[in-house]
Write a protein that binds this ligand. Structure first.
Ligand code: HEC
Length: 153
């Protein structure tokens, strides 16, 4: 409701502006500012704490990890098993040959840290062997973390 009212108000404001300055080009110049406003909204940086992850959506995002990670306990692929990874210390999977960057990182995979890490793993952990560019969409990361949290103990 609030959004609707805001849009109506700004449309009225625009109409009067356009009426004064740019006769004839009304529709085009009216659209542009509205689009900018709509596109700008997702840019507002939400912190992880302000987001709600959807585990079912996260399961679909996990498809991107599946090439290298399994969720079964003790089953490693190209990457270590992600069974119970939320809350786990980095480099803790037996039998997986981690890089020093990963195993020596002293990280515990809390949801907050995972949220930052997954945006760009190699910026977060320089020297990591995880060949994955990162998940830029914050909502996708929150969903994925919710999904990973359903797996484990
Ligand atoms: C191309 C293969 C590949 C893909 C795709 C990939 N990973 Fe990885 N991942 C790895 C490897 C290899 C490591 C070990 C890195 C090291 O030792 O430096 C790793 C490590 C990790 C770790 C640290 C685990 C630990 O025990 O410390 C997490 C968490 C992780 N990956 C999550 C993910 C998630 C979530 C995705 C999907 C968005 C993903 N990875 C996609 C290969 C991959």
């Amino acid at each position: 409701m609030i959004t609707m009212r805001k849009m109506v108000l700004s449309a009225i404001a625009l109409t009067s502006l356009v009426g004064v300055s740019a006769c004839g080009e009304g529709p085009a110049s009216q659209d542009a500012p509205d689009e900018t406003e709509a596109a700008a909204e997702p840019e507002i940086e939400l912190t992880f704490a302000e987001m709600t992850g959807d585990a079912a959506a996260g399961e679909r995002v996990f498809v991107q990890c599946k090439a290298c990670h399994l969720l079964e306990e003790g089953k490693n692929g190209v990457g270590p098993s992600l069974y119970g990874v939320i809350g786990r210390e980095a480099g803790a999977v037996d039998g997986f040959n981690y890089s020093d960057a990963n195993s020596g990182s002293d990280i515990t995979w809390t949801p907050e840290i995972m949220f930052e890490y997954l945006e760009s793993p190699r910026d977060y952990l320089p020297g990591s062997r995880m060949a994955y560019p990162g998940l830029k969409n914050a909502q996708d990361r929150a969903d994925l973390i919710a999904y990973l949290g359903t797996n484990g103990e």
